[in-house]
Design a protein around this ligand. Structure first.
Ligand code: ISL
Ligand code: CA
Length: 553
């Protein structure tokens, strides 16, 4: 495999609005990121992905961009960002921006001009259709946030526009070469500024199956999931190849795609050498919507990595800004402890590919347990989730309880820096409630505690980067071990060294027989040391939720 500069990197996702507020307005800002660069450097981070900070009405928290060339004043200025890029460079940290080009904001000048003259140049930047009241819509697709994808074009009773996300996020028409050129221009403008690359939002959505048509109704609302259309849409690769050719490849940028619904035979095109992207996220575990079990988790992540074996690098996560906290999702509540959180960390961190840490994950931040009222939360996706529950017959209390388990706000509550008011996130009043658990879960209490989750993440990163083991963790062959043994997650990474990652994903101890003897323990979440007799045996007893990383003889 041809070596690339980003292969051995460890990335960290920042959700700027909730990271650190320096001016007391309750909203995290770029200066807050700059202030915390040394913290991230100390943790061992090489790449920071910033969720969007461009000008935006924040209808979908910045994923609705009204100016691609400027920073929203709530986050700072372009000068602040230039400073962040420069300060990052000094510390060997690259900045990756979020690229949101399936749609823009309805407050972007392109859309405003399209509303002024739907038949003019900018009308063709969007999907605008004629419409007569009472007539059927062009298609029955359901927007991701609920309701039809069609909305009346402001100022035009006889026209509608397409939005697969929020109605304030009109879809850009990628079939139009002029639009594509504008997109490439803005990407190159940012790359020329010296950013390391992009995380690419909802990129599969840029290709629609045209002409518009109805798909199988799959809900009481008489609509059809976008996924049904995406299965039939072909040709996204032509757009993506042109995109890569006109922008990323020229800059040797690091790019990670938010890719769903890709087909097996497309994988080499997406992330193979000279693929459209450097990497793409592995969402296989996040996508499981039934109750999580260790077996489901194991099958999902192991299959995902076997599927790309020899093709390319996945980017591994346990959570992001769109998901509940990973520890709350993947570990049963009654067994959620520092030990089980560290186990989960070790499992995903040493897989092939790039580990991504989402802000707060490194201190074990958890979901909210309760909120008094829907209005304590913020995400634009909430009301649809809540209403759907009521519609299914749940009581208001049950609907709220369900929402708390799944809402994206779980990941968006402010970072818990310390146990002072507002968790040290802001001197003002935070834009979204602080998770009350900040009194016990916060960075200040962990930073000097060698047993803390924070220091476990630090140890994981230094193990990955230890020159003796780095090539094994980055390029070593991945092989699942004893997949049939229940609640055991084990795999080997074999390169210059032979390493095994072993996790006992259950509340009871279990015994495991190994393929050979252990040479030494590289990392353990229960401070395990092995005496001589254990080192001479090929059988080990694992404690509840134990994670063991060992070098094999
Ligand atoms: O978040 C989801 C489910 O809760 C996904 O369906 C999500 O909408 C999808 O992953 C696309 O996400 C990205 O684009 C959205 C934005 O809301 C998300 O925050 C972003 O990650 C629209 O820009
Ligand atoms: Ca601020």
């Amino acid at each position: 495999m041809e070596k690339k500069w980003w292969h051995n990197k460890v990335a960290y996702q920042i959700y700027p609005k909730s990271f650190y507020d320096t001016n007391g307005d309750g909203i995290g800002d770029i200066n807050g990121v700059i202030e915390k660069l040394d913290y991230l450097k100390d943790l061992g981070i090489d790449i920071i992905w910033l969720s969007p900070i461009y000008c935006s009405p924040l209808a979908d928290q910045g994923y609705d961009i009204s100016d691609y060339y400027d920073i929203d004043p709530r986050f700072g200025t372009l000068a602040d960002l230039d400073r962040l890029i420069a300060e990052g460079k000094k510390r060997g940290i690259g900045i990756v921006m979020d690229l949101v080009v399936n749609h823009c904001s309805d407050e972007h000048e392109w859309f405003k001009k399209a509303c002024e003259d739907p038949d003019g140049e900018y009308g063709k930047f969007f999907y605008i259709e004629d419409y007569k009241d009472g007539a059927p819509l062009p298609c029955n697709w359901r927007s991701y946030f609920g309701g039809s994808v069609w909305e009346k074009l402001p100022g035009h009773d006889d026209k509608i526009y397409l939005h697969v996300f929020h109605k304030k996020q009109p879809d850009l028409n990628w079939e139009n070469p002029k639009l594509r050129k504008e997109v490439y221009k803005l990407i190159n403008w940012w790359l020329d500024k010296g950013i390391a690359g992009f995380r690419i939002d909802a990129i599969i959505n840029i290709k629609k199956k045209l002409p518009f048509s109805d798909y199988l109704v799959d809900g009481d609302d008489g609509l059809s999931s976008i996924d049904n259309m995406l299965k039939e849409a072909t040709g996204v690769g032509e757009f993506l190849n042109e995109l890569a050719e006109e922008t990323f490849r020229k800059h040797d940028a690091f790019t990670v795609g938010e890719v769903f619904n890709e087909k097996d035979d497309e994988l080499p095109l997406f992330i193979g050498s000279n693929g459209y992207f450097s990497s793409m996220f592995d969402f296989s575990a996040e996508l499981i919507r039934t109750e999580m079990t260790p077996e489901l988790y194991k099958n999902a992540i192991f299959k995902a990595h076997e599927r790309v074996d020899g093709i390319g690098f996945l980017s591994n996560i346990i959570e992001n800004h769109d998901e509940p906290r990973g520890v709350s999702r993947f570990i049963p509540k009654e067994y959620l402890t520092d030990t089980s959180k560290k186990m989960l960390a070790g499992i995903y961190f040493l897989l092939p590919g790039l580990p991504f840490i989402y802000q707060g994950q490194e201190i074990g931040m958890e979901n909210l347990d309760e909120v008094k009222d829907l209005s304590d939360l913020n995400d634009c996706a909430n009301s649809n989730i809540y209403e759907t529950s009521l519609h299914e017959g749940k009581s208001e209390k049950e609907a709220l309880a369900h929402l708390i388990n799944v809402t994206r706000d779980n990941a968006r509550t402010p970072f818990q820096w310390d146990d002072s008011e507002n968790a040290g996130f802001t001197a003002g009043s935070p834009w979204l409630m602080v998770n009350p658990k900040y009194k016990s879960i916060n960075l200040a209490s962990q930073i000097n505690d060698s047993d803390s989750i924070f220091n476990f993440y630090k140890a994981l990163i230094s193990l990955r980067k230890n020159p003796e083991y780095e090539s094994t963790f980055v390029y070593g062959k991945f092989t699942p071990y004893k997949t049939e043994q229940k609640n055991l997650l084990a795999y080997s990474r074999v390169g210059e060294k032979s390493v095994m990652v072993i996790a006992n994903y259950q509340k009871d101890a279990q015994t495991l027989s190994l393929p050979s003897k252990i040479k030494k323990v590289l990392l353990s979440n229960i401070s395990k040391t092995l005496d001589n007799s254990s080192l001479n045996s090929t059988e080990i007893v694992l404690s509840p939720y134990e994670l063991l990383v060992v070098e094999m003889v």
